[in-house]
Design a protein around this ligand. Structure first.
Ligand SMILES: *Cc1c(COP(=O)(O)O)cnc(C)c1O
Length: 396
């Protein structure tokens, strides 16, 4: 057994998450641990909820971080809103829609699937047909930003359709929050969850959620108890709810919450609109460089997510070897494809603190060098063409 401290290397994280964490956030995390019922901590919690309302663009009273990663935020939404026998329409165009189906079934409810190709957006016409064909459906659930493929769906239209058919909505905004517009009130979304380690560039392990008054009403009118004690919002709100009274539910992850507070202060300082623009700017430069190298993005242009770029792996390029070389020689992490996309795409993230010019140029230069150094070289155009194209994009 090792008795030495663990010192991780300094990587650049350009995968599907976690993304690079700002030194300010890491510093915040190392501040003294205080009691989770300490009045000073309670004041911080209230600020944190306000900062989350800003990030989500909502005035929802129930807005808080779940003490566990994004998957737990997902499960919190399903566990609280569903009862056995309910029908839920679930859209799937990647990995995470499949996890929604799992959640529905484990709650004893029925999932009616609307399937779209991986790498394409959710088709609102199909959703509308399915809503019409299933008038008993209680909820429409979908992923706004599919991290497995780099696709963005039209959350505003999908929420509007759900409303027309008297359905509540559960929306996965794990990868969109902070990187691309998430407008909870404008969309009239009902239960929205996110994660801290993607475009918020905080440490992994927390899941911000926000619930509309309609969703809260639905929870209060449940006929059965929420089957998960830990995720039952009726109990969790004894700690996180308003009114100044805080009762022990579980020990809050005190230092991780300092980190989230700092990450949200950074977002507020920059301004949401500026953060969205920054993600778009660097995405465009990355795209220019990728194309100059002779590589292609797999998602059609108007369906792309700026913070997650799915690049087709060219013929003759060995996925695992190339990723290992980027990590070994450049301390650079990019993501592999999942499920049917495994071996077919690389996922290049430009999320939060990691979304900057330095990282765009690092990736393009490193990728070109690695591809040129292979036994079976992939044609990458003129040497340096990728970096030059990105610089050109920045100067426009
Ligand atoms: C990352 C991710 C999740 C899961 O979050 P974890 O923090 O890994 O549990 C859920 N949905 C989407 C779209 C994601 O990208």
């Amino acid at each position: 057994m090792s008795t030495q401290s663990f010192h991780p290397p300094q990587r650049t994280l350009m995968g599907p998450g976690p993304s690079d964490v700002s030194p300010r956030v890491l510093e915040a995390m190392s501040r003294p641990t205080i009691g989770h019922l300490d009045p000073v901590f309670v004041t911080m919690m209230d600020e944190l909820k306000d900062l989350l309302r800003y990030a989500f663009q909502t005035s929802n009273e129930l807005t808080m971080p779940v003490s566990a990663p994004g998957s737990a935020g997902m499960e919190t939404c399903f566990a609280n809103l569903l009862e056995p026998g309910d029908t839920v329409i679930v859209c799937q165009n990647g990995v995470f829609g499949g996890r929604m189906k799992e959640n529905v079934e484990r709650c004893g409810a029925t999932a009616v699937m609307v399937e779209d190709d991986w790498g394409r957006t959710i088709d609102p016409d199909k959703v509308e047909d399915t809503l019409k064909a299933n008038p008993n459906a209680k909820i429409l659930a979908f992923v706004h930003a599919e991290t497995s493929t780099g696709v963005q769906s039209d959350a505003s239209s999908l929420c509007a359709l759900a409303h027309q058919h008297d359905c509540l909505t559960i929306v996965d905004c794990v990868t969109s929050l902070g990187g691309t517009p998430v407008q909870v009130d404008e969309w009239q979304a009902d239960a929205v969850y996110s994660g801290t380690q993607k475009c918020l560039s905080c440490v992994p392990g927390l899941s911000p959620i926000t619930f509309s008054d309609r969703a809260m009403e639905s929870i209060q009118n449940r006929k059965t108890r929420v089957q998960s004690w830990f995720m039952d919002l009726n109990l969790v709100l004894g700690y996180w709810g308003g009114g100044g009274k805080r009762a022990y539910h579980h020990t809050a992850p005190v230092n991780s919450l300092y980190a989230l507070h700092e990450a949200l202060v950074i977002l507020k300082e920059e301004g949401l609109e500026n953060a969205w623009q920054r993600h778009e700017l660097h995405h465009q430069a990355l795209r220019a460089g990728i194309e100059a190298m002779g590589l292609t993005l797999v998602v059609p242009e108007n369906e792309r997510l700026p913070q997650l770029n799915a690049v087709a792996i060219p013929d003759g390029a060995e996925d695992a070897i190339i990723r290992a070389q980027l990590l070994a020689d450049y301390n650079l992490e990019i993501g592999a494809g999942l499920g049917p996309m495994a071996g077919k795409i690389w996922r290049v993230g430009l999320m939060g603190h990691a979304c900057n010019k330095r990282n765009v140029l690092l990736y393009l230069g490193a990728m070109e060098a690695v591809l040129n150094g292979l036994n079976a070289p992939v044609k990458t155009g003129d040497k340096g063409a990728a970096v030059a194209a990105a610089l050109e994009s920045y100067s426009n």
